[in-house]
Design a protein around this ligand. Structure first.
Ligand code: RM4
Ligand code: MN
Ligand code: MN
Length: 404
């Protein structure tokens, strides 16, 4: 039994040439990874506002990620940050994840918080510190083997704050040397993702400031190295969907960190204020997916740490926003769009995108969820489940492992 609203939408979309069963199939296979660091207390440099029920250790973070997956159906893995999620029993952790119905995704070495890294990690002027950072990345490769993770996700806070502070050219070469050492031991079926960020925490220069620098590094390293795009890491006004397309076409887009650039970094819900940009990004992603000549293997990960919104609800909301963006991109009439582009019909081309974007896809998403045994509204179902009350009571005291 389906809802009359869904039947109407399905009929309308079929009339427009959309193969609704195929679209539902793709939506059911969507895979969004949530970050462990989104479930524990975190903050800005001005302060941390602790939340009731915030996960204190990696086990609790796994439980929260599994909860987000339980209600959304499309978030079956969790990214972890080392040492925030360090454990001395990786087999046990992997086993626990399996019991919870999820898997461990990208491993993110943290080479930016330790005192040693004050002046940088793999671009530090001190060879001993570069060695330490490399060791830490190599340890993460070992963790990948222990957890069946296929992704080493790298972000460096490296940069300088003052003119003359560092030898820019040497820093570039040091970075390559360290990455190369790690690249050499990556198992065959795994990848290294290099994330760029145009500013912060360094403000004079950043060692991987943009996709061009990440691309050059990844290309020099080889096919197992690709670029990771974090939506929070571009200057205002950057056309992100163009970068997406460019990198896909070069076989170098390895993954996403979804969030929203309004806050400059990680703390705003993806799609909360720029859903159209998200739709345009997904429109390019779907174009690549539909193109049989284009091979893609893109990790769709969220990188958000909510300080104000309740964490699990914010994660569910983010996953659902990504689902809606994907659904809208899937119903774009590609043939008509191509015809309009070929004829130079600007207004028609834009109208075709608008038509998909303005379609209320909620009945379609609800139908997909019902067909996969989930509740039509993941957020309300989560609220009713009593999970938040349970963790708020249980997670009191104790020491928190992680950011805050
Ligand atoms: C950075 C970057 C990284 C994330 C850290 C916590 O801005 O986005 O991906 O691991 O924040
Ligand atoms: Mn990121
Ligand atoms: Mn970031």
């Amino acid at each position: 039994m389906s809802h009359p609203k869904y039947d109407l939408l399905a009929e309308e979309l079929e009339k427009q040439g959309v193969q609704i069963e195929a679209v539902k199939g793709l939506l059911k296979r969507q895979h969004i990874e949530t970050p462990s660091w989104g479930y524990g207390n975190s903050g800005t440099r001005f302060g941390v506002f602790p939340q009731p029920g915030a996960a204190r250790n990696v086990h609790e973070r796994l439980e929260d990620a599994a909860t987000v997956h339980k209600f959304t159906g499309i978030a079956p893995t969790i990214a972890i940050h080392i040492p925030w999620d360090e454990t001395d029993d990786w087999d046990g952790l992997k086993q626990y994840a399996t019991e919870l119905g999820i898997g461990i995704g990208a491993i993110n070495p943290n080479v930016f918080q330790g005192e040693n890294y004050k002046l940088g990690s793999i671009c530090n002027h001190d060879a001993a510190i570069r060695g330490l950072a490399t060791e830490q990345m190599l340890a993460c490769v070992a963790i990948m083997k222990n957890t069946d993770s296929k992704l080493l996700s790298l972000w460096f806070a490296d940069g300088t704050n003052f003119p003359g502070q560092g030898n820019l050219r040497k820093r570039k070469r040091w970075m390559y040397e360290c990455l190369h050492e790690v690249y050499n031991v990556l198992p065959e079926d795994t990848r290294m993702l290099i994330e760029y960020k145009f500013f912060e925490p360094a403000f004079y220069h950043t060692d991987v400031p943009d996709w061009g620098a990440a691309y050059v590094m990844a290309t020099k390293l080889g096919p197992k190295a690709q670029v990771l795009m974090d939506l929070g890491h571009h200057p205002q006004g950057t056309n992100v969907e163009y970068i997406v397309t460019y990198l896909i076409d070069e076989g170098k887009l390895g993954g996403f960190h979804f969030n929203c650039r309004k806050y400059a970094d990680d703390d705003l819900t993806v799609g909360s204020l720029n859903p159209q940009e998200l739709f345009l990004i997904y429109t390019e992603l779907v174009a690549a997916e539909l193109d049989s000549d284009t091979e893609t293997d893109i990790a769709y990960m969220i990188d958000q740490s909510h300080n104000l919104k309740p964490k699990i609800e914010a994660s569910i909301q983010s996953v659902c926003n990504l689902q809606a963006a994907y659904a809208r991109a899937l119903i774009v009439n590609r043939q008509e769009l191509a015809d309009a582009q070929d004829a130079g019909e600007i207004i028609d081309a834009e109208r075709i995108l608008q038509c998909a974007y303005e379609t209320d896809v909620r009945p379609l998403l609800e139908q997909v969820r019902l067909e996969t045994g989930r509740d039509a509204d993941p957020l309300l179902a989560y609220r009713k489940s009593g999970y938040f009350e349970k963790i708020s009571k249980a997670r009191v005291g104790g020491k928190s492992q992680g950011w805050a």
